[in-house]
Ligand binder design. Structure first.
Ligand SMILES: Cc1cc2nc3c(=O)[nH]c(=O)nc-3n(C[C@H](O)[C@H](O)[C@H](O)COP(=O)(O)OP(=O)(O)OC[C@H]3O[C@@H](n4cnc5c(N)ncnc54)[C@H](O)[C@@H]3O)c2cc1C
Length: 492
């Protein structure tokens, strides 16, 4: 008989793991509490406007290619991608703008006009960022870091020997600031800390790896909309025989104190040889696992990542002055993060991100209209939140107006997603979007591992476990958890 795995949660980490486990010969049953699969990768239609409500940017597409290949499907055929050019249009508070490119010649040409003295700094910064990628990615992104027998393999010795080159001791901001003299470029590269919900003034400079990932490996759009990824993964999982049960919340992970025995659903208990949990790890210990008070307390002491507020605006304008991805920077980045991370309130002058998928897929908005996904960073939830939706909305509109974009009178449709909604919809720890913040030097080690330390046969995949949040990383997390289960089953 095939060993059976129950997967809790149909986010990208859960789907990635379920597909791999099915390929490896397990019986896989996936339970998702929401009506649809995909977790934070979600979509919403408002009138004739279609929105991706979660991720808008794909990086490291080779991670997807490998998943499709393992499952025996052709990614290029099923899920065509477009490499973004430009990556993003940046609007700075002084009125200047820059189109950033994942193409060195075009980026250097853009910088020549924007900040002529900085072209050499950019080249050096990207070389530095490439070094971090070469030294860090194998150990910190592609390997289950907490499995010492894997990390200590001779293959990794060069990476471990050169660990200082990943720049773990100074802050991301300090390293960026040492490379550039133009404060606008410092702000641009500091922003990459928010790709995993962290603060550039505290996060280790190792996070400058993200600049290499985006500027060299490139940023991508999934043709037809980002949600296509969920649709295609669902199809693949289903063809491989994964039992997909949506609208079925798991109420409890059943265990005997040493190992997991299965799960409890609303109407029945189901036993399993392994449980792979894609739900947030902190929430899982808070609500689904009885006992283990010390682990629960330790997990709750970890700092959650930033949350966000999203405005889905159907705008009756073509917005020709915008690209598919746009950022309107605040005037004072340090004070913005001071509000978000230390005072835990919404900044009065937020940096605003605007993505318009209709620039690539005209069918996502009515003719002459724009489907604006507008997002700002927000603090994670507290007992009493220091913000009001109306004030955040006004601050967003003000920042856009300062950047030359007056949208308010042209909003035909509107829906707002708040940090409370992120908790309500996906049960993320205190509404944080990316799991645990990387605001201290040792977060990579403190982030929950893919194999539970407390219960045998319990595994974790998703943004709250290793290697962290973001599409490629949660897919890798699913890969690592599935491989660990397969190894354990092979050794039984
Ligand atoms: C607004 C926003 C913008 C983003 N932008 C980007 C971007 O541009 N690029 C990028 O790479 N990443 C981005 N991300 C991050 C990315 O979306 C996430 O890191 C990733 O999708 C999380 O996947 P996951 O596997 O952790 O699962 P999640 O998406 O967290 O899904 C977990 C699933 O588990 C389910 N679940 C929870 N508890 C239970 C239970 N008890 N029983 C059954 N099911 C349960 C939940 O309902 C959910 O569906 C963004 C996220 C958001 C919210």
């Amino acid at each position: 008989m095939k060993p059976k795995v129950i997967v809790i949660g149909g986010g990208l980490g859960g789907l990635s793991a379920a597909i791999r486990l099915a390929v490896a010969g397990f019986e896989v049953q996936l339970y998702e509490r929401n009506a649809g699969l995909g977790g934070k990768m979600n979509q919403r239609r408002l009138g004739a406007y279609l929105f991706d409500t979660g991720p808008t940017l794909l990086t490291m597409p080779f991670v997807l290619d490998e998943l499709f290949a393992v499952a025996g499907f052709d990614r290029q055929l099923l899920l065509p991608l477009t490499r973004l050019a430009p990556l993003c249009r940046y609007f700075f508070a002084d009125g200047s703008r820059l189109d950033a490119h994942a193409d060195e010649a075009r980026m250097l040409a853009a910088l020549k006009d924007f900040a002529p003295g900085e072209t050499e700094s950019y080249r050096r910064f990207i070389q530095y960022s490439a070094r971090i990628y070469q030294r860090a990615s194998e150990v910190f992104l592609f390997t289950p870091l907490h499995e010492f027998r894997k990390v200590l393999r001779p293959h990794f010795w060069p990476s471990l020997w050169h660990l200082a080159q990943i720049d773990p001791l100074r802050s991301m901001h300090r390293a960026v600031d040492r490379h550039f003299t133009d404060p606008r470029l410092v702000q641009l590269f500091d922003r990459y800390a928010t790709y995993n919900g962290s603060d550039p003034y505290q996060a280790p400079a190792t996070l400058n790896i993200i600049a290499y990932v985006e500027h060299v490996l490139g940023g991508y759009y999934i043709n037809g909309g980002m949600y296509r990824l969920v649709e295609v993964l669902r199809e693949i999982a289903s063809k491989l025989g994964v039992g997909l049960h949506s609208g079925r919340p798991v109420k409890k992970i059943v265990h005997d104190g040493r190992k997991v025995l299965g799960v409890e659903l609303e109407d029945k208990s189901e036993s399993a040889d392994y449980v792979l949990c894609n739900a947030d790890v902190v929430e899982t210990f808070n609500t689904l696992i009885e006992g283990f008070a010390r682990r629960r307390a330790a997990l709750n002491r970890l700092e959650p990542s930033l949350s966000g507020m999203v405005f889905l605006w159907g705008i009756s304008l073509p917005l020709q002055e915008l690209e598919q991805h746009n950022v309107f920077f605040s005037a004072d980045y340090q004070s913005e993060f001071n509000c978000l991370v230390h005072e835990r309130r919404a900044p009065d002058d937020p940096t605003v991100y605007v993505a318009i998928s209709a620039k690539a897929d005209a069918g996502h908005a009515p003719s002459g209209g724009s489907n604006c996904f507008v997002m700002v960073n927000m603090p994670y939830l507290q007992e009493e939140n220091q913000w009001q939706i109306a004030k955040v909305r006004a601050a967003v509109l003000r920042r856009l107006r300062k950047g030359g974009l007056d949208l308010e009178a042209h909003i035909e449709y509107e829906e707002i997603i708040t940090p409370d909604d992120f908790y309500g919809m996906y049960r993320t720890n205190r509404g944080g979007i990316y799991g645990i913040a990387s605001n201290d030097r040792s977060t990579a080690f403190k982030r929950p591992p893919n194999r539970s330390r407390d219960l045998r046969r319990l595994y974790f995949a998703g943004g709250s476990s290793h290697p962290g949040g973001g599409i490629p990383l949660v897919l890798l997390s699913g890969k690592m958890a599935a491989e660990l289960i397969t190894e354990e089953a092979d050794n039984c």
